[in-house]
Design a protein. Sequence first.
Length: 260
Amino acid sequence: MTTAIHGGAGSATGTSTSGRKSGRSSSKKAEWSATEAIKSLILEEGLRPGDPLPTESALCEQLGVSRSSVREAIRTLASLDIVEVRHGRGTFVGALSLDPLVNGLIFRAKSDAHEDLRTLREVLEVRIALDLSVAERLSDEYEGTEDHELADLVATMTDKALAGELFAEEDRAFHHLLLSKVDNTLVSELVTAFWTIHTEVQPHLGVAPGADIIETARAHGAMLSAVQSGDAAAYRDAVHAHYAPLQRAVDRARRAQEAE
């Protein structure tokens, strides 16, 4: 397979303003073209995460672009987790994770922290929607079963809440494990991604969970009991109960901002 780009490696000369703008435009076009060409190469070659990419020199020759364009393209793709640069070893196909989405939304949430906490409120809404979307499937999968690992996580969360302690890691593990029986990798990854955004951002915005974290901990137990009983409606009620304290915490923070 040969993916070539024509006209991307040229450089503008001269001292005029239009010449400099033309040069910058040509450079950006070459970088964009190289980025798209490397993405096409990965797809056309059927490369998977962890597979090696051609060397920088080979990419320059194969794509018909300059070394600087390839380097900029690699940097761009690395920021998107499409490629991974392993120093001293080469460049490989990246994990194709949701990390760029997570990092972007964390920054976005922090940027509107002193306005109306809009992004954090929307992250909560998305978390609720994702959990509700799998109600029937979870109820079908878990009905009539017992899961001691999930039950242990619920017990630990409840004990920590009663002791006034937070339980972030147990919460993450619970949601990840609960969804493990749902044959939808993207839903599981999105749940984890939005959990990460929420958990990372909330403390930095002064949004304290409040004393009602006990309610949140016990709601996990209600979610588990509901799916094991095959009761999708009860699971949905438990999901709303799970997020109610978090929503109240955000509302308290918004009212405090408005009062300032």
